[in-house]
Design a protein around this ligand. Sequence first.
Ligand SMILES: C[S@@+](CC[C@H](N)C(=O)[O-])C[C@H]1O[C@@H](n2cnc3c(N)ncnc32)[C@H](O)[C@@H]1O
Length: 220
Amino acid sequence: MPGLDTKIHLDMLGDFKRRNPLPLRLLRALRRELFQPGIYGLEWGDPEVFAPLGYMRDRFLKPYVRADHNGLEIGPGGGRWTRYMLDFKTLTIVDYHQELLDQLKRGFHKKNMVFIKNNGNDFPGVPDGSVNFLFSFGVFVHLDAPLIEAYLASMRRVLAPGANVVLQYADRTKIMAQGNPGFSDNDPERMRAMVKAAGYTIVEEDLTSLWHSSVIRFQP
Ligand SMILES: C[S@@+](CC[C@H](N)C(=O)[O-])C[C@H]1O[C@@H](n2cnc3c(N)ncnc32)[C@H](O)[C@@H]1O
């Protein structure tokens, strides 16, 4: 640690101010408003700005997006993650709330997208064995164990051989999840047990990058 008499932080602050004068900051804000219309959900963190979410995108989402594969997202909200999945051959969007699907369609309506309203744990109309990559963020953190188990059971039908599933879930071993009443009662041990009991093979986990949740990737 540098001595207390060194002015390292004052130098860094001066450098920041020089590189980010007020007119430049205002210009950036104006450009954002004009050219990057708001996406519902960015208030929970923008992967473009918040490093741990950028890491999630780069590690657990982008490497799986392929033009010859089909992707599926559960619970897109305003499209915070959907926007990185547009290059799949087919991108199926599944949500329990029609209003959310309608809102999403206003921002994203590419020909390769299919929007499906489900009953909270199923995949109506999704062909058997058709999904190569299934992703969900900001959804399973709120789902109780019986609903997670129901989803794990029903997704098996739509997954292709060798498919990858990435789910973010509440991690009550973390203090930020303990203090969040909207988060379900879950943690890595219980999530692992549910995934294994449903017959999947766990490929990797990230238990450290996020403050209130963890991520698991598994295959059928
Ligand atoms: C908190 S938002 C997260 C949105 C987005 N994934 C994100 O990270 O910004 C939760 C989304 O999941 C949807 N949802 C909630 N329960 C669901 C369920 N059981 N099945 C499918 N979608 C669900 C909501 O309608 C909403 O679109």
